[in-house]
Ligand binder design. Structure first.
Ligand SMILES: Nc1ncnc2c1ncn2[C@@H]1O[C@H](COP(=O)(O)OP(=O)(O)O)[C@@H](O)[C@H]1O
Ligand SMILES: [Mg+2]
Length: 229
């Protein structure tokens, strides 16, 4: 298997009111192509911080992030944004859909942001978004706005959006944390099957043990340190 993403000895400190919080301490993690990794641990353990560092949303205080063996954590902000758009899909606990846009527009938007020149391809982009929404069972919700949908439906839209630019890795932060158990299962099944179908790696932070157990590798964090994997 090929390694695609690696956290190499990363630490993250936050300063708050004169105090320093060690959110992550010397964490090493490799993610291989097509692999599922679960990150578990109590609230405050550093799960979200690790995902944000892996996804270049935040920067490490020490250590590096590598993509296919090349250091990417030292790229300029502009190149980091480009890298994220090209290679990484994010799914968050709170969905973060844009309230003014309908489902179809919410799914299509990463493609327009990534490359404004793609505007001439908009028919193609919307077609792809429509196909994905049909796949996740939302073919009859294309022009609904987030406020008109359930949490489970919103998360299914967010999953489609995360896949829109063809990333090689999906980073999901408590994707079922706001859903009831039935919707959690539907959303988790979709996330797993779509990633499997498209050969994506998936790194998933979760409190849900049943969800965590479905991964190829489980990494346990406590107080910012890996205590088992
Ligand atoms: N922006 C921030 N400023 C200060 N402290 C933070 C910030 N983000 C996270 N932390 C702290 O870092 C630690 C890890 O947080 P987090 O990664 O969100 O944990 P988890 O996702 O496992 O619940 C916690 O102690 C949290 O309070
Ligand atoms: Mg978190």
């Amino acid at each position: 298997m090929n390694e695609i993403l690696r956290a190499d000895n990363v630490s993250k400190k936050f300063s708050m009111g004169g105090k320093t919080v060690d959110a992550l301490s010397r964490v090493n993690l490799s993610v291989f192509s097509g692999q599922y990794v679960s990150i578990v641990g109590p609230s405050g353990a550093g799960k979200s911080t690790l995902l944000y560092l892996l996804g270049l949303i935040d920067s490490a205080s020490e250590g590096q992030i590598l993509f296919k063996g090349k250091v990417i954590s030292d790229l300029s902000p502009r190149r980091k944004a480009r890298f994220r758009g090209d290679h990484i899909g994010f799914v968050f606990q709170s969905f973060y859909l844009l309230p003014e846009l309908n489902c179809l527009q919410n799914v299509a938007i990463p493609s327009f942001i990534q490359d404004p020149k793609k505007f001439w391809k908009r028919k193609e982009i919307y077609k792809k978004a429509r196909i994905m929404l049909h796949k996740v069972g939302l073919g009859d919700r294309l022009i609904h706005k987030p406020a008109e949908m359930s949490g489970g439906e919103m998360q299914r839209v967010a999953i489609c959006r995360s896949l829109m630019n063809g990333p090689s890795i999906i980073l999901a932060d408590e994707p079922t944390g706001n859903l009831d158990s039935k919707n959690s299962e539907v959303v988790a099944d979709l996330l797993f099957s779509l990633c499997r179908e498209e050969g994506k790696a998936l790194v998933l932070a979760t409190h849900n043990e049943n969800l965590a157990r479905r991964a190829d590798k489980i990494v346990k964090l406590i107080d910012g340190k890996i205590v088992g994997s």
